[in-house]
Design a protein around this ligand. Structure first.
Ligand code: TYM
Length: 332
């Protein structure tokens, strides 16, 4: 019988250890969705080279990303886990889709504007067409849902436009996907500048917590987190630092803001920060242990990735054949 579960596709770049933002905004949901959906998870190494990488490091980080995803609970028995460049269909579909994506639509992408401002010496064409590759990633698998943090929302909207436009020109081909953005933690902010997204490329290392930070580092970073002079654990637009810490605490404990406010009534920020560090440590330390165990077994990781690529390829190649036929590529 046909598999009736809805399909999920999502990806993450292997450009370094995942941050707490990656975990809360995306990866923990990837794990949670595995039982109810047909999930396909991808390590986006093709997206990673839009910013210059050291080749040997990119190779190493790709395997490490796989180990960390497995340690976070991605189960290869339930879900497909693969590396983007192992499935050629991504590059193939991306080209076709780029030929029906208006230049103007791509110039509006926030991420392109931000990244080109950050790397003025390397504003390459890949950085510009990045969202088309992302659309290909999603549309290849006819994904219904795409679990991502809020920073990817605009790319998801573009993907929907790309799909609808193609369907309009060539007839029904792609499923038009929906973003799956979590209610809590869709945008974890920097601990140092709480008006900025937490990002591993931040030059201030105290701004982000990495999933592989040791216990002392986690505590130190939370202790140093920027708050305000109000001294009261309460959420509000005027209290971005404290609100961000509350979002993190809420994401790890399942508690709503009101419950967190009650819990820390009469306590100072010192106690609250330690409590946040504690729940984060409790979650990350066992994942770190499992990560190290897995990383010792490279053969296992590579087998998982090879099998994942095979399963992904079977689906993706079918889509590319269909698309090639629709656009009029001669098939022999
Ligand atoms: P990437 O690698 O930047 O981030 C991976 C996921 O983590 C989320 N995220 C956050 N969520 C909350 N708070 C934060 N501070 C935070 N920082 C990152 C991101 O929203 C993302 O969900 N282009 C994508 C990778 C990609 C992809 C795809 C995603 C490639 N193809 C297809 C979905 C579908 C990216 O660079 O994510």
């Amino acid at each position: 019988m046909e598999n009736q579960k809805k399909r999920i596709l999502s990806g993450i770049q292997p450009t370094g250890t995942f941050t707490l933002g990656n975990y809360v905004g995306a990866v923990r949901n990837w794990d949670a969705l595995q039982d109810d959906y047909d999930c396909i998870y991808m390590i986006a190494n093709m997206h990673a080279i839009t910013v210059r990488q050291t080749p040997a490091e990119l190779r190493r980080k790709t395997r490490e990303a796989a180990a960390l995803l497995l340690a976070c609970g991605i189960d290869p028995e339930k879900s497909v886990l693969f590396v983007q460049s192992h499935v050629r269909a991504h590059a193939e579909l991306s080209w076709v889709l780029s030929c029906s994506t208006p230049f103007g639509e791509l110039t509006r992408m926030h991420q392109f504007k931000e990244k080109s401002a950050k790397h003025p010496e390397d504003i390459n064409a890949g950085l510009f067409t990045y969202p088309v590759l992302m659309a290909a990633d999603i549309l290849l698998y006819n994904a219904d849902l795409v679990p991502v943090g809020i920073d990817q929302k605009q790319h998801l909207e573009l993907t929907r436009n790309v799909a609808q436009r193609f369907n309009g020109i060539y007839g029904d081909t792609f499923v038009v996907p929906d973003a799956y953005i979590p209610k809590t933690g869709a945008k974890i902010m920097s601990l140092q500048e709480p008006d900025k997204k937490m990002s591993k490329s931040d030059t201030n290392v105290n701004g982000f917590v990495l999933m592989l930070d040791d216990a002392d580092t986690i505590v130190r970073k939370f202790k140093r987190a920027v708050t305000d002079s109000d001294g009261c654990v309460r959420a509000g637009d005027d209290k971005p630092g404290v609100t961000n810490l509350m979002s993190i605490y809420g994401a790890f404990t399942g508690k709503e803001f009101a419950a967190i406010e009650r819990e820390f009534e009469g306590h100072g920020y010192g106690d609250f920060k330690l409590a946040v560090a504690e729940v984060v440590k409790d979650k990350f330390l066992p994942i770190q242990q499992e990560y190290r165990r897995l990383l010792d077994d490279k053969a296992y990781i590579d087998t998982v990735l090879a099998q994942g690529a095979q399963r992904a390829e079977a689906i993706a190649n079918r889509t590319v054949s269909k698309v090639y036929r629709k656009v009029g590529f001669l098939q022999l």
